[in-house]
Design a protein around this ligand. Structure first.
Ligand code: B12
Length: 478
């Protein structure tokens, strides 16, 4: 409870704005909401993904009781596809304006998308405050300050407006061992599963890898912070009890570090949950071994998405990856022995990529008989990454789309200028209709694996398909 307070403070309103289909459940909002409840602060929720008329729902909600603050989730800034470059920020701005029209409560943003580029998002959307990075510790502290009318400028992770400027406070990564146990009752996860979502759950936070393009160390921190396996198992149990059995781990890479991944699998197996759960995860190609793959399978893992990026060693090293093509060959052997379904994600068009390196990669996919491969052509340039630093430092001058990457709210991409006149045609020619290749295109294009409002995927889900979206698409007869 808030010390010295007897009357219950106004509630914090948390809104899920992630409305694309198939849906993705708002795990981040649940985690911050549960931290508020644990601190004795009342929480109300509104889920635009599960309502037909978001304006009416918002008006109804805000006419009931003035909230302390309106927390609006920014799960994605855009779809990260070079082809579509669909930004979600105009949508968040529209929501922010409507909230502003209906209440004088401050508008607070947060979420993984927000954390990738907090300053740009706060500026663009017109919101008042944001939390960049972990929300569990700072959210209750912020709410307390707002209840007591205290200054917020000392709080870590806050981004806020002062005298026409945007101030970004220092980042402080929280320790998941101190988080309250998420009970996962704040949003309707069961309804999400009915609509084909695979419900998110974390076993750790942060990513120590140095991939030059990746936003995960920016949004989540480069230091890995582990959750105790017992609390992860309890969260699985609670979700199972609420009728959910399909999951996607929200770790950047489940196998970083492998010791923790194994400990999580052991805990699930020992709790007797291995046969009740179906879960998917992202993994990096190294470190990975047969013991881990076997444990993952026994613990209910149904499929793995490996961030392989390229099957050309020189390109892997330019992307800052620590694995080699030989490592990937060993990985394939392990996966074949275990019989777990998997896919590889590739990135085409990074710095130094040429027609030759792409051809080498696609040929290796066929030679190694990789069952399913997703290709993203064009690399998203995120602020705070080595790639964006190379752009800012003038090391990279060509290949930028748009040509000037200075307003990060517009999705900006790098595509190697050494790929001929039509890099997309080149990729199409190389994959030549081979159904094992999915491409990051517009959601409804043939072979696309852009999950934001993909009708084929939604249709397959409506007909009963379940699982990770790549897994469902891999079974698409068309
Ligand atoms: C797992 C995952 C998926 C799974 C989701 C499965 C599931 N059930 O969750 C799948 C494969 C479906 C997927 C799809 C997509 N994904 Co994805 N995904 C992730 C991943 C790995 C985890 C996201 C997550 O839930 N994290 C865990 C939660 C707890 O973290 P969090 O949201 O940050 O929450 C914390 C704080 O931010 C804060 N917080 C959260 N919400 C709020 C709200 C308020 C008001 C406040 C104050 C605080 C707050 O508190 C939380 C606890 O500390 C991230 C990368 C990463 N490592 O995070 C990419 C990531 C989010 N995805 C990304 C993208 C691009 C997509 C797609 C658009 C790809 C596509 N074109 O299809 C789709 C979007 C689908 C959709 N409708 O959202 C990008 C987004 C980048 C961006 N520019 O915004 C990321 C960052 C990957 C990357 N590095 O590029 N994804």
């Amino acid at each position: 409870m808030i010390e010295g307070d007897t009357a219950l403070p106004q509630p914090v309103l948390l809104i899920n704005t992630n409305v694309t289909r198939p849906p993705v459940s708002p795990v981040g909002l649940e985690y911050v909401g549960e931290a508020l409840i644990e601190a004795g602060l009342p929480v109300r929720t509104l889920d635009f993904a599960l309502t037909n008329n978001w304006r009416a729902a918002l008006t109804r909600e805000l006419s009931q009781e003035e909230p302390l603050v309106v927390g609006t989730g920014v799960r994605n800034t855009d779809d990260c596809s070079f082809v579509t470059r669909k930004s979600f920020l105009p949508w968040i701005t529209e929501v922010t304006a409507e909230v502003r029209h209906l209440t004088s409560a401050p508008i607070l943003l947060g979420g993984v998308g927000f954390s990738v580029m907090p300053e740009a998002v706060l500026r663009f959307t017109g919101a008042d405050i944001g939390i960049a990075g972990d929300g569990e510790e700072v959210m209750p502290a912020l709410a307390r300050c707002l209840v007591n009318g205290e200054d917020i400028s000392h709080l870590p992770n806050l981004v806020y407006r002062r005298k026409g400027n945007i101030i970004c406070n220092r980042r402080a990564d929280a320790n998941p061992e101190l988080f309250p146990l998420p009970r996962r009752h704040l949003f309707d996860n069961r309804r999400y599963e009915e609509l084909g979502a695979i419900v998110g759950i974390e076993t750790k936070r942060g990513c120590p890898q140095q991939c030059i393009y990746c936003a995960d160390p920016v949004a989540k921190g480069a230091g890995v912070r582990l959750r105790p396996p017992g609390t992860v198992v309890q969260e699985f149990r609670d979700l199972l009890a609420s009728g959910v059995s399909w999951f996607h781990l929200c770790d950047s890479e489940f196998n970083q570090p492998p010791t923790h991944a194994k400990a999580i699998c052991h805990a699930i197996i020992e709790a007797g949950l291995g046969n009740s759960l179906h879960w998917y995860s992202y993994c990096s190609p190294v470190p990975f071994d047969l013991e881990l793959a076997t444990l993952m399978k026994r613990a209910g893992c149904t499929g793995i998405n490996f961030g392989v990026d390229s099957l050309c060693d020189e390109q892997l090293s330019r992307l800052g990856r620590s694995h080699s093509v030989e490592d990937v060959q060993q990985l394939i052997d392990i996966m074949e022995q275990t019989g777990l379904d998997y896919m590889f994600d590739l990135i085409v068009g990074g710095p130094g990529e040429t027609q030759t390196t792409i051809t080498t990669t696609i040929e290796a996919v066929r030679k190694l008989n990789v069952p399913l491969v997703g290709i993203a052509a064009g690399v998203r340039v995120y602020p705070g990454t080595p790639l964006s630093q190379a752009v800012a430092g003038g090391i990279i001058r060509e290949g930028l789309h748009p040509e000037k990457v200075n307003r990060f709210h517009e999705p900006a991409f790098y595509l190697s200028p050494h790929l001929g006149d039509d890099p997309f045609e080149l990729v199409h020619e190389l994959v030549a209709g081979d159904p094992r290749f999915l491409l990051l295109l517009s959601p409804d294009e043939e072979m696309s694996y852009n999950y934001t409002d993909d009708r084929t995927l939604s249709q397959m889900i409506e007909e009963g398909a379940r699982g990770a979206y790549w897994h469902i698409l891999s079974k698409n007869p068309g």
